[in-house]
Design a protein around this ligand. Structure first.
Ligand code: PMV
Length: 360
């Protein structure tokens, strides 16, 4: 599908008071999206596990627009309280989706959102939040357009979510989502995330993700700035080629259930992401001393046991520990005994692979 397929048809009905609600999960990339062209067109393909418990619930109450002089009329509430500092990001989102949802300037939108994870956890809510909002808009469009099929609904929801935040387009469905064109994944595209349909070994079913909260503050360098610094980065071309190769390798690994090879690709991807940040100009560092201590402990634990525990990182200091469900008890014990000391206020979140967003 191409851009013009997502342009909305003229709506004939006018809605009165209606509301739409979606719960959308967060996701964790195994092959990282880092670097982009215009509005979230990825420089390389990525693949992620959709999470289950880390999610955003969003309700959008739609009513007739009263302040006609404003281009977009909306209010945003987080946990029931007005959140005016979210407004600029939402305003940008409205602007970007307007060519594809011509109703956004005709109504007033009351957007109420809550996250299942603490706001100050360092877990980015942009993926789950933008995905939930995009799905609410799609539910509204589906009400206005009678003949919309499920496939188009999810493609367009992911397409719209991408306009809010690139990784958000991988939060609509699950358990594995691909964003960005890759030659071995025929349906993959740079425009939206697709649910990975290839063969996946049972060893990856119910995979666990325990998020160790190392640094819970606001990120020092935003994702937007970080992506921009990949443009003109001396290693950029090599990085993009590596992402393509790592994704090819991962597809075989997922099929064969090779957990040792999985660890190598996933950990290398995480470290490469941060190596790109550290060698950008200006250079910066999001890892904290405790991130490194955790990584070393994980390596030590793996060499002393026959565990398949591995780590990945997003654009921050927190560590995602990935492991098969069968190891849940022993890994949690290891976390409690050896890793919580490196977590802010001993906080960690136990999550696992999920199956995507749910309508509320
Ligand atoms: O969606 P953004 O712009 O926050 O970028 C996400 C980038 C990473 O989380 C670092 C990697 C990824 O693929 O999710």
């Amino acid at each position: 599908m191409i851009y013009k397929d997502f342009i909305s048809k003229p709506y004939t009905d006018q809605l009165e008071e209606v509301d739409f609600g979606w719960q959308s999960p967060s996701n964790i990339a195994l092959i990282k999206y880092w670097g982009k062209k215009e509005i979230q067109i990825p420089a390389n393909p990525s693949i992620s596990f959709t999470l289950d418990k880390c999610h955003t619930k969003t309700r959008v109450q739609v009513s007739p627009k009263v302040q006609l002089e404003k281009e977009f009329s909306f209010e945003v509430l987080l946990d029931g309280k007005p959140k005016p500092d979210f407004a600029p990001k939402i305003e940008t989102f409205f602007k970007r989706v307007q060519p594809y949802l011509s109703f956004v300037d005709s109504y007033h939108f009351k957007i109420q959102t809550t996250n299942s994870f603490p706001h100050s956890s360092g877990i980015a809510s942009s993926a789950s939040g933008m995905s939930a909002l995009a799905l609410c808009f799609m539910s509204m469009e589906k009400t206005l357009v009678s003949d919309m099929d499920q496939e188009y609904f999810y493609k367009k929801a992911s397409f719209l979510a991408r306009l809010g935040s690139g990784s958000a387009c991988r939060s609509t469905q699950g358990p594995l989502m691909v964003f960005g064109k890759h030659q071995e994944i025929p349906q993959s595209t740079n425009l939206y995330g697709v649910n990975y349909q290839g063969e996946v070994h049972d060893r990856f079913k119910n995979y666990q993700d325990t998020v160790l909260l190392v640094d819970v503050g606001e990120k020092k360098v935003s994702s937007t700035v970080g992506h921009d610094l990949v443009n003109g980065h001396p290693f950029a071309t090599a990085r993009f080629e590596q992402a393509h190769k790592n994704l090819s390798a991962l597809l075989q690994i997922l099929k064969q259930g090779d957990l040792e090879a999985f660890t190598k690709v996933v950990e290398s991807e995480a470290l490469m992401l941060h190596a790109i940040m550290m060698s950008s100009m200006p250079y910066y560092l999001l890892l904290r001393p405790n991130t490194l201590s955790i990584i070393e402990k994980v390596w030590e634990y793996r060499s002393e046991t026959n565990s398949n525990l591995c780590f990945t990182l997003d654009a921050g200091a927190n560590v995602h520990l990935l492991y098969p469900e069968a190891e849940k008890e022993t890994v949690i014990q290891f976390i409690r005994n050896e890793l919580v000391v490196y977590c802010k206020n001993e906080q960690y979140i136990c999550d696992q692979i999920g199956f995507g967003a749910k309508k509320l």
